[in-house]
Every structure is written in structure tokens, then in C-alpha cells.
Design a protein around this ligand. Structure first.
Ligand SMILES: *Cc1c(COP(=O)(O)O)cnc(C)c1O
Length: 382
């Protein structure tokens, strides 16, 4: 039996040709393919500015920097996410404050966000968990009322829509990741979008050591002078990576359709099963299905989940758990009062969820094998 991973990339001949082309061109980094990919993403997402960087974590760091987050500030986010969503707040000496998720969707609960707002709150980071957009109407309303910046961590939601617009359109700053398990890949890569030119400029500096003009502009102007204006990093992405990313983006529509088709097959197979507690998907949102999350019914706990997980792994199915609450990581417990945070909906869900294989090249046969194994694993539960 072949091992079925929970996610994997698809690379075709066009991708290979695009990368070869970049390799044979004069500029391997900070060249025309970076700007082209940024433009491609602006067009796809319907936003005016995009800044491509070396990975999704760098994108988050750029976003909180552009939002002006600093020492003493608080940023509210859901704990049901990859640690990077919260770590970016710590990078700037600010404090991540965790608001609980809604039990039905596992997306951040605007009501709990409002409870956590203090005079120090500066921003909200909305994580489109599994690929479903958060409640951008309610979050925008809170941001307007309390003068907060709305940052969207869209690592799961490339291609998702809220109403008929992208998540990036609804946020002040939105970040993407192009790690191989995400919708499109550049090996490693990330990108931030914004509606504000001054924020885009600040992020372009931030990705290049805080230096103002780029080398192309200096060479056009025939000058060697440049100045470092702020403390920045080297978060640049290469033309080789952006060539791959642009080539991948061309295929996103068909790939999303396939992910949604797979989700439908899983949904249909598990519908009405009293041992399961499926996540709710809202009518006016399209789900991009970075993950397909299976959730056991409330009567089950961590032991039943472990049993099902072990059974599926023994059947060579690469299930995974996304995620343990960020505040429960050792580092957060030891250094950031993680042991004192309590988000009941998050903790209850975390004991009962697992992610099933979900990627566009997953075959119907493989989906059927996963479904049969899940059904057998469920019938073995006490
Ligand atoms: C993947 C991911 C990131 C980080 O992206 P990298 O490119 O791996 O740095 C951030 N947030 C979420 C929710 C992710 O899934």
C-alpha cells in the first residue's frame, strides 16, 4: 500500500520550463520575475499592492511591522493556528492575546475578540483556518470601532472568497505562504498584500535590510548611494522561486475545483454519521480547502482521536493534527503565560480533530481508500 500524505505539491513541465528559464536569465534574485509574480497576485486577489518575500513567516513579520506594532502593544488572534501567526507579534516585542474560536467553524469568534480588546490592542490577525474565510464583516466592524488594523493570515485560503471578493481584499494586510503543502508553491515563499502604498513601501524596505531604493533603481540612476532607514532583514525571494510561483498560479482555478470536489466526496461519505461533528461552511464564503478537517463527536476525547489516528497511520494514510493551541506550546507556557490562557472551544476541538489527505492530485481511488479506512476506524471506536 502506498503512503498517502495529507498534502503535497504538483509540479508539471510548464513549471520546470519556467524555472529553467529563470535560471538562464541574467538576474537570479530581485529581478523581473519577482515583480511579475507580485503583479499576478494583485490581479488574482483584486488588491493594489503585493510584496513577495522568502516565506509566509517573513510575510507575517512584514505585515505586523507595516501595521506599526511595537513594544507594549497587543494583537488579538486565534490560538488554533501554526505558531508563526503568533510568533510574528513576539518578534516586535508585542503581546499576542488569544481569542477563542466559534465551535461550528473553528474560526475566530468576533464576540470573544471584542472581550479581549484593551487600550493596548492595535490589531487583529484573522486566520482563515483550513481555508474558510473568517467573518470579515464582523471583524471589520470591530476594527473600525476600536481603530485596529485587520491582518489576515491567508496561508490556508488562497482562492477563497468572502462575498465575491478575496480575503486579501477585506483585510488591511493579508499574508500568504507558498510552502509545498499550500495551494501553490515556490519551494519556500510568501507574500503580503495591502491597500496602502506607504505600507507596501515600508515592507519593501523591511525585506531588504531597511534600505530605501533597490539596486535596479540605483543602477538606472547611475548612483552608488543608498541609505538604511530602518532596521530590516533579508527576506528577499529569488526570481527562480517567483518563476515557479507564477507558473503555479496559472493553475489555481482547476486545483481549487479539485480540492472542493474531494471535500464533497468526504462530506457525502461522512454525512449523518453520529460519531462525527462536521465543521460548518457558510453559504456566502467559498472554502479553499487547504485542509479537510474531520472532527469526532463531542462524546469522544483525545483517546478516541489517538486510536483513530493510529489506525489510519497503520493503513498508510498520512493524517495530521492542525493544531495544538499555540499557547500550549512549551515556549508559550514557559515565557508567555501560556498556562493561564483558556479557550474552551479551541481546546475541545483540538482533542477531536484530524486532517485527512487533501491535495489536488489526490485520486478518486485514494479518496475512496481514505473514506473506507475512516469508516472502519470509526466502527472500531469504543
Ligand atoms: C504555513 C503557515 C504559515 C507560515 O508559512 P511558512 O511559509 O511556512 O513560513 C503561517 N501561518 C499559517 C496559518 C500557515 O499554515
Amino acid at each position: 500500500m502506498d503512503f498517502i500524505p495529507y498534502g503535497r505539491q504538483s509540479i508539471d513541465r510548464d513549471d520546470e520550463a519556467a524555472v529553467l528559464d529563470a535560471l538562464r536569465s541574467p538576474l537570479l534574485t530581485t529581478g523581473p520575475r519577482v515583480a511579475q509574480f507580485e503583479q499576478d497576485m494583485c490581479q488574482y486577489l483584486g488588491v493594489p499592492f503585493a510584496v513577495a518575500v522568502s516565506n509566509g513567516t517573513a510575510a507575517l513579520h512584514c505585515a505586523v511591522h507595516a501595521a506599526g506594532i511595537g513594544k507594549g502593544d497587543e494583537v488579538i488572534l486565534s490560538p488554533l493556528t501554526f505558531a508563526a501567526s503568533a510568533n510574528c507579534v513576539l518578534y516586535l516585542g508585542a503581546t499576542p492575546v488569544f481569542a477563542d474560536v466559534l465551535a461550528d467553524t473553528l474560526l475566530i469568534a468576533p464576540v470573544d475578540v471584542e472581550k479581549k480588546i484593551t487600550s493596548r490592542t492595535r490589531a487583529i490577525i484573522a486566520v482563515d483556518y483550513a481555508g474558510q474565510p473568517c467573518d470579515y464583516t464582523a471583524l471589520r466592524e470591530l476594527c473600525n470601532r476600536y481603530h485596529l488594523v485587520l491582518i489576515a493570515d491567508c496561508a490556508h485560503s488562497l482562492g477563497a472568497t468572502y462575498g465575491d471578493r478575496s480575503c486579501a481584499f477585506h483585510a488591511d494586510l493579508a499574508t500568504y505562504s507558498f510552502h509545498p503543502v499550500k495551494h501553490i508553491t515556490s519551494g519556500e515563499g510568501g507574500l503580503v498584500t495591502t491597500h496602502r502604498k506607504e505600507w507596501a513601501d515600508a515592507m519593501r524596505r523591511f525585506r531588504n535590510h531597511g534600505i530605501d531604493a533597490d539596486h535596479a533603481q540605483r543602477s538606472r540612476e547611475g548612483t552608488w548611494r543608498y541609505t538604511m532607514k530602518t532596521l530590516g532583514y533579508n527576506y528577499r525571494i529569488t526570481d527562480i522561486q517567483c518563476a515557479l510561483a507564477s507558473s503555479q498560479l496559472k493553475k489555481i482555478d482547476g486545483w481549487l475545483e479539485r480540492r472542493q470536489q474531494i471535500a464533497k466526496q468526504y462530506d457525502a461519505a461522512f454525512a449523518g454519521d453520529h460519531r462525527l461533528d462536521p465543521l460548518y461552511v457558510h453559504e456566502n464564503r467559498t472554502h479553499a480547502y487547504h485542509l479537510y478537517v474531520l472532527r469526532l463527536a463531542e462524546q469522544y476525547g483525545a483517546n478516541a482521536r489517538q486510536q483513530l489516528f493510529d489506525f489510519l497511520r497503520s493503513r498508510r494514510i498520512g493524517v495530521n493534527v492542525h493544531y495544538i493551541p499555540v499557547y500550549q506550546h512549551d515556549y508559550y507556557v514557559q515565557h508567555h503565560n501560556g498556562g493561564y490562557v483558556h479557550c474552551p472551544n479551541t481546546e475541545s476541538a483540538c482533542e477531536r480533530i484530524m486532517s485527512l489527505p487533501m491535495f489536488n492530485s489526490l485520486s478518486d481511488d485514494a479518496v475512496a481508500r481514505v473514506i473506507a479506512a475512516v469508516q472502519q476506524g470509526l466502527s472500531d471506536l469504543p
